[in-house]
Design a protein around this ligand. Structure first.
Ligand code: NAD
Ligand code: MLT
Length: 320
């Protein structure tokens, strides 16, 4: 692989340090955003490497029709926008930057939990519109409430630690969570069936895989406490959007905070109704959108490309 990385296309907005680091190691870089599928395929006839964020869909067709392509890098964690099976069939290496944006995603999750408890976005909007609704936007303390973290990987663990500082009891489910790690972090390791009836807040931090698709659904929501809050800063589809909307409408679920959606940007009428619901706080996939995270993932992906091309690092981008 060391001599095959001729040139690289960056097809989504990635921090400029990525391009700089590649150029500094004499790897030719082309930056072109918002390419249609046909434009992407045409452009990739000239490149061996491709760096994306989440907008570019690297489909089976792209792999099949771009014989020069040797390596695809995702400046981020999830590789949902890359057809991994097609990549494997074609022998294309897929790289990502797990961990580079974990703190940012964690901090957004904690922000959303606090915002749900105190109706912050709704109260801000109301005041901006000229109302003084102190009673309507009274909230709840987080201290003493129970937070369930489903998925205790990089982000879930950081969320657990921070919300403990608010005085929350943290309970967790993850098939890979050992009792030893749970004890170290100070969370209670429980089964999902134990979690549903006791959680005041449920936050999901799993990948979207067949086992987690619609993990939060009509059946599991019905098992939850009256007044439960749901948070999803992981992936759209882990929470069944229609089931969540129905349980918000019935009042069984007190609120939800969503950063990710089944379709992004959302066009489906159910998702749009969910976003518009007064008890929903919705953000446009901002989990990783901080200067620090974007610089980190851009640098990490560039360094992996440099390493693959057989060139040793000449300098490291500073700052984060
Ligand atoms: P991770 O791989 O470190 O952790 C995921 C955890 O989920 C693992 O510990 C795994 O054992 C667990 N898991 C797998 N199946 C499970 C199941 N059925 N039930 C419970 N747990 C299960 O991942 P991470 O870096 O913490 O990322 C978590 C999610 O957040 C991913 O979906 C990632 O794509 C997403 N993410 C979103 C943003 C954003 O911008 N909103 C930013 C970064 C990451
Ligand atoms: C990720 O998987 O890294 C996040 O969803 C953030 C992003 O899309 O960049």
């Amino acid at each position: 692989m060391s001599t095959t990385l001729g040139s690289v296309l960056i097809s989504d907005p990635v921090d400029v340090c990525c391009e700089e680091l590649l150029a500094h190691h004499d790897i030719p870089v082309t930056v072109k955003y918002k390419l249609s599928k046909e434009e992407l395929i045409k452009e990739l006839q000239n490149h061996e490497g491709l760096i994306v964020r989440s907008e570019t869909k690297v489909t089976n067709d792209v792999f099949a029709r771009c014989p020069k392509l040797r390596v695809v890098g995702r400046a981020g964690t999830g590789v949902d926008n890359i057809d991994l099976q097609a990549a494997t069939r074609k022998g294309v290496i897929v790289l990502n930057t797990p961990g580079g944006n974990s703190i940012s995603a964690c901090e957004l999750t904690c922000t959303l939990i606090c915002s749900l408890a105190r109706n912050v976005p709704q109260a801000v909007q109301s005041l901006k519109e000229g109302r003084w609704d102190r009673k309507l936007y009274a909230g709840f303390e987080l201290s003493g409430k129970t937070l369930a973290v489903l998925g205790m990987g990089r982000i879930g663990r950081e969320v657990a630690r921070r919300m403990q500082a608010f005085g929350m009891r943290v309970i967790a489910f993850d098939p890979l969570l050992t009792q030893q790690i749970a004890d170290q972090i100070g969370v209670e390791k429980l089964s999902l069936d134990e979690i549903w009836p006791i959680a005041d807040y449920i936050t999901v931090h799993t990948p979207l895989i067949p086992q987690t698709k619609n993990l939060i659904n009509a059946t599991t929501l019905a098992k939850c406490k009256e007044g439960v809050y749901i948070v999803n800063v992981a992936r759209g589809g882990i929470v069944d959007e229609e089931a969540l909307l129905n349980t918000l409408k019935s009042g069984h679920c007190a609120g939800a905070a969503l950063d990710v959606f089944v379709e992004e940007p959302p066009k489906n009428p159910v998702t749009l109704e969910l976003i518009a619901h007064p008890k929903v706080i919705a953000t446009p996939h901002l989990g990783a959108s901080t200067e620090e995270a974007q610089q980190r993932v851009a640098e990490e992906i560039a360094q992996q490309f440099v390493a693959l091309s057989g060139k040793s690092a000449k300098y490291a981008v500073t700052g984060v």
